[in-house]
Design a protein around this ligand. Sequence first.
Ligand SMILES: Cc1cc2nc3c(=O)[nH]c(=O)nc-3n(C[C@H](O)[C@H](O)[C@H](O)COP(=O)(O)OP(=O)(O)OC[C@H]3O[C@@H](n4cnc5c(N)ncnc54)[C@H](O)[C@@H]3O)c2cc1C
Length: 412
Amino acid sequence: MSSFDVVVIGAGAAGLYCAALAGQRGLKVLLLDHNERIAEKIRISGGGRANFTNRDLDVRAPQRHFIGDNPNFCRSALSRYMPQQFIELVQRHGIAFHEKHKGQLFCDGPSQQIIDMLLAECAAGHVAHWQPCSVGDIAFSEQGGYQMETSRGSVKAPRLVIATGGLSIPQIGASDFGYRIATQFGLRVVTPRPALVPLTFGGEAWEPYAGLAGLALPVHIETGSKKERMSFLEDLLFTHRGLSGPAVLQISSYWRPGAPLTIDFAPGTDVATSLGEAKQRSRKRIVNELSGLVPSRLADAWVGQDAALQRPINEAADRALAALAERITRWQITPSGTEGYKKAEVTAGGVDTRDLSSQTMESKQPGLYFIGEVADVTGWLGGYNFQWAWASAHACAQALALDSKADAIMSG
Ligand SMILES: Cc1cc2nc3c(=O)[nH]c(=O)nc-3n(C[C@H](O)[C@H](O)[C@H](O)COP(=O)(O)OP(=O)(O)OC[C@H]3O[C@@H](n4cnc5c(N)ncnc54)[C@H](O)[C@@H]3O)c2cc1C
């Protein structure tokens, strides 16, 4: 049986970074993954350029860009490991990067650079890698710690870190392993659901808009009511099956089945007043006037649905123009569903953070830690999910090192 100070299961963003930091603090670490190719999500992230953090993370309220049933849980780890610390690591490795939009930092070159950087950090910590390596039964005893059967033999360690991520993109190795281990040890799991995911709209109601596939435009999008209301000002993309683009991905994390979305296709424009003024001075058709305010394909789709709007604007009834303005700026539509885990960038829900320490990521089960996406912490689009992976890995590695030191003192 092989023996280590720590076994980290899952060599993605969080697992690689945690293993590296723990190894560099003098711990004997084994990092294992069931996939032959590790960190596949880093490789495909950010369109192949890894949006590895976000400079706009709010220092005073870092939890503002994250969702979870226990919203303040992520605050401690995020405020103890800020984007600047990861940026400095990236700079030390000579990786060139740029800011794209709203604080989002991307590599200039391929995202493989981030994987290589994390592997170099693991090498500096003398981390042992086993992959592909599947893990079977895991047993725990007070004296022996965690003992597990793997496809490369039996392993034991006093501490076990689960970094197996969420359920998104099963075709590159996602699994429910983390949730199963949590349940095995009596921890709660918040029901997982796809997030940062395109939304679908079925049936006849969608037919007038199906021809808009490929159209992208900035919108204001909103869902929920009262305290639960959430909105974003971002780009939206019409697809063959529904809506996507940053605005829709962001709102999807807050959307609940059955709830409508409200979309303003002309944010910052007073469409009702503009159409009213056009009626006074113009004899152009309504669709042509509307095309000055929103993309003409969108104007065609909206005006085309109403016979009363197929005329010059000076002949239109005030009421018809007001109703058109309302539909353009407060379009209400209820998604039929999401594109699911095959297209979701992340999984919301996961190991219930009420059963984890926000300081250390250790669960109520002694010596068992959960980091990264497997926990019920979901970031906004734009580098926040990787920042959570780095910050939770850092908090966990710090705790692992302290606990091991304490063990050494206790054993004389
Ligand atoms: C297409 C796409 C683009 C994205 N782009 C960005 C972006 O630009 N910026 C951003 O911040 N976030 C992005 N994300 C989200 C980000 O990739 C994840 O939030 C992040 O990778 C989570 O890190 P993690 O280490 O918790 O899990 P992962 O990176 O998913 O790693 C989990 C690891 O565990 C392994 N594993 C799973 N099950 C087992 C098992 N049973 N046994 C052993 N090993 C197992 C997997 O093979 C994998 O290597 C993107 C996600 C997707 C899908």
